[in-house]
Design a protein around this ligand. Structure first.
Ligand SMILES: [Zn+2]
Length: 82
């Protein structure tokens, strides 16, 4: 099970995250954005460089939600986050 952690995208406090050490990736579940994977460098980039909230975060959240609707679990990498 994931641990409670602020969503990397929308910063909701009630998201959960599981760190997959093998992939250096976080597996997030957020009640607003949905389920997504985010690579550690992209996670740190969002954490340190992206304003909260921002247009970019809104777009990313919507993108994840769309992917989930298609039955996909998207992965956010640092090229996506830049
Ligand atoms: Zn979220």
């Amino acid at each position: 099970m994931g641990e409670r952690q602020e969503c990397a995208i929308c910063n909701r406090a009630d998201a959960t995250a599981t760190y997959i050490g093998q992939l250096q990736t976080f597996d997030f579940e957020c009640s607003r954005c949905g389920n997504y994977l985010i690579a550690e460098p992209a996670y740190l980039q969002l954490l340190n460089s992206e304003p909260k909230p921002s247009r970019f975060r809104a777009v990313l959240s919507e993108w994840v939600d769309n992917q989930n609707s298609n039955g996909e679990k998207p992965t956010i990498t640092s090229d996506k986050a830049s």
